[in-house]
Every structure is written in C-alpha cells, then in structure tokens.
Design a protein around this ligand. Structure first.
Ligand code: GTP
Ligand code: 5AD
Ligand code: SF4
Ligand code: SF4
Length: 356
C-alpha cells in the first residue's frame, strides 16, 4: 500500500488530552463537527468496477488483508460506542462489499443499540439473501450502487459479468423488507454510461426510491481518472430537466453530500453528488475507519492514524477517545476544494480499503 499509517497515542503530538464529556463540541481546525462515521468492514468485493477496483490491479495476485489484521465485530462496536460518545450521529457500513463480511447482520445487531442512524452502502448483489435479516437486526437505511440499467454497460462497468436483474431483485428485496426508499448511486463516466442519464431518471422516477448521480472522482491511485471523463452535475440536472422539469429542494441536514432536486410533476426526487465540480468540504463532518482499524479524516487522504495498535495494546476507552478527538481537532482536510491536476495524480488510499 502506498500511503503512510502513523501511530497515535494518548500523549500524541497531535494535541493535548481532550477534556471529558465535551459531547458535540468537538470541532476540527475549520470548525466542522464530527457527525458521520463510515466504517469499512472488508476490503474485498465481488465486483471489479473499473472506477474503483480495476481488474488489472485487483487481480489474483493482489494482497487483501488477512483475517487477523481486520477489526473484529467486538472491536468495531467498542470504537463505534466511543465515536457516538464524541458526537457521531450516523454510522455507515461500507467496504469493499460489506455483505461479503461473514455474519454482517450480527454486527448490525451489536451497533443498533448505540442509537445512531445506522446505514449500509452495498452493490446489492446479495441483498435478496440478507435484506430481511438486516432489517431485523436494526439497520435503518440502505444505499445500493447501480451504474446502468443496460445489460452490456452494467456488466462492463462491474467487470464481473454481474447482471442488472439481480441488483434490481436486491433493491426490491430491500424495499419489501421495509427499507423504502432505497437510495440508488449511479457513478457517471463520460463515454461509458453518460448517455444513460435520462434513461435512469425515467426508470427510477415514480418508483419511491431516490436516484443519485455521482461525479466520477479521482479517489485512490488506480482508476486512471481524467477530468475529461467527468460529466458535471450541472449538465446532469440540465439534461434530466429537459425531459422532466425539475426544481431544487433544501438539504435534509447540514453537510448532506447530495444536492436535491424534485420532479415538478410530483414523481419524487433525484440527487447529484458533485465532489469534483462543486466541492462540499466546507461542511464535511465525516470520519472514516478502515478495515484494519486506521482513521482517515478525508476520502482522499494520503495517511491514516493507527488506532488498532492502541486498541490491541490494551488502551482504555478514555485513551482511545482522547486520540480520536486529537486526530479530529488537528484535521484541516479540504481536498476537493483544492483539487488540481497535480494533486489528482498523488498517491491516495483506495476507496475499497478506506470505505466509500
Ligand atoms: P445519506 O446519509 O443518505 O445522505 O448518505 P450519504 O450521502 O452520506 O452516503 P453515501 O454513501 O450514499 O454517499 C454517496 C457517495 O458520495 C459516496 O459513495 C461517495 O461516492 C460520495 N461521498 C460521500 N462522502 C464523501 C466525502 O466525504 N467526500 C467526497 N468527495 N465524496 C463523498
Ligand atoms: N468516483 C465516484 N464514485 C465512486 N464510488 C466508488 N468509486 C468511485 C469513484 N472513483 C462509489 C460507488 C458506490 C460508492 C461507495 O462510491 O459506486 O456507490
Ligand atoms: Fe465493489 Fe462498490 Fe468498488 Fe464496485 S464501487 S468495486 S461494488 S466496492
Ligand atoms: Fe470531506 Fe475530504 Fe470529501 Fe472534502 S474531499 S468532502 S474534506 S472527505
């Protein structure tokens, strides 16, 4: 792996020990609170989406994490409890493909009592099997990635020959289990699925679910990102609006990543996630915990902070809490706001490892 993971300790150079019980008052150097924790539960995936885990890199020789290296459910739950104590209100389980982690509903069951908004981002390939158990375990919401409704395009984008119908079945299973509305993420790449924006909008409007278009991002170092492949959200909204008139609607909460639009004819809403053309770092309240227990303060981070050594070295909750708080207090990330052709080429952590 090309990035650094630096050790943290209670007497970290990052800052003095943090006062106890500061509740929601924890803020980074830009005054942003920590509200959203994204936990990657596995770095593995059964898809090889070209923009995320290109097959040439993530091939048979790729070294995924060993079982001993990844956090156990007990370790994740203990950390999550500490994060909630520091003000986190939403926990998102990601990966890789989180449903590849054995017994994931058991982790959901362990996290649910913490009282955070508990959500999952999945490729949907095994939702038919797991949706009901996830609901029973206490999961609140599900987001499914589906980049195309066209069979050939989808199979080429997931590069695992996975059919559209199975993901649609997974979305239906999630809805039947009580997860409606499901959010559908569609990463848009010019020349790949860029011609299918209006088709997707047409398919999902009036379905009760919420489609969101994501600008192709320069996350990681392996996906061959080029600005030319990005279709700006403004163009996405214009194209949809020409077919189905739209009007903007307010964010659900401060720091929501998706810009929201409503069909004027009452057929529901669509979202656009414009990390490249309209960066939303100013309100970014997300902390990421990698599969092996390192903290990342930005999706585009070049270094993480090793929390696992502290955890496995016998540190008590207060020490861990102080270390997490110190990392957050020292945070000044605003990668997307400062993106240049140069920074886009720098080595960064892969999204499958850090969690989307
Ligand atoms: P809600 O809780 O439903 O609002 O979901 P969310 O938008 O927090 O979660 P989701 O995982 O669905 O986010 C959608 C996508 O936005 C992610 O998969 C990423 O592609 C992108 N995204 C999320 N957070 C960040 C971020 O901090 N920075 C950037 N650049 N992109 C992000
Ligand atoms: N650009 C934009 N979105 C991405 N995702 C993964 N890699 C990228 C990228 N390079 C999306 C996935 C999924 C979510 C976790 O992030 O499609 O919906
Ligand atoms: Fe897997 Fe999601 Fe990455 Fe695709 S985007 S390779 S489904 S983790
Ligand atoms: Fe947050 Fe980094 Fe994304 Fe900006 S680029 S929104 S700081 S994760």
């Amino acid at each position: 792996m090309s990035h650094k993971v630096i050790p943290i300790s209670r007497r970290s150079v990052l800052g003095a020990p943090v006062p106890r019980h500061d509740g929601g008052a924890l803020a980074d150097t830009l005054g942003r609170p920590m509200r959203d924790l994204r936990i990657s539960v596995t770095d593995r995936c059964n898809f090889r989406c070209t923009y995320c885990m290109p097959r040439e890199v993530f091939d048979a020789g790729y070294k995924f994490l060993a079982h001993e290296a990844i956090l156990s459910f007990e370790e994740i739950t203990r950390l999550a409890g500490i994060f909630v104590g520091l003000g986190v209100k939403k926990i998102r389980l990601t990966g890789g493909e989180p449903l590849l982690r054995k017994d994931l509903p058991r982790l959901v069951e362990m996290l649910a009592p913490l009282g955070a908004d508990l959500t999952l981002t999945t490729n949907g390939s095994s939702l038919v099997k797991h949706a009901a158990a996830l609901k029973l375990a206490g999961l609140n919401r599900i987001t499914v990635s589906l980049d195309s409704l066209d069979e050939a395009t989808f199979r080429a984008m997931n590069d695992a020959d996975f059919p559209v119908a199975k993901v649609l079945d997974g979305i239906a299973a999630a809805a039947n289990a009580g997860f409606s509305p499901v959010k559908i993420n569609m990463v848009v790449k010019r020349g790949v699925n860029g011609d299918q924006i209006v088709d997707a909008a047409r398919y999902w409007r009036d379905s009760g679910h919420i489609l969101r278009f994501i600008e192709f991002m320069d996350v990681g170092s392996t996906n061959g990102w080029r600005m030319d492949d990005v279709i700006p959200s403004a163009e996405v909204v214009r194209r949809i609006g020409e077919a189905f008139p739209l009007e903007p609607i307010a964010a659900n909460y401060a720091g929501e990543v998706a810009g929201r639009w409503r069909y004027r004819d009452g057929a529901g809403e669509v979202g656009v996630i414009s990390s490249v053309t309209q960066a939303f770092c100013r309100d970014c309240n997300r902390m990421r915990l990698s599969t092996e227990g390192s903290l990342y303060t930005c999706l585009f981070a070049q270094q993480g902070y090793d929390l696992k050594s502290l955890l496995r070295g016998g540190a008590d909750d207060d020490a861990i809490r102080d270390s997490i708080a110190a990392v957050w207090r020292a945070r000044g990330d605003r990668y997307s706001e400062n993106r240049t052709a140069e920074t886009a080429k720098k080595p960064k952590v892969e999204m499958s490892y850090i969690g989307g």
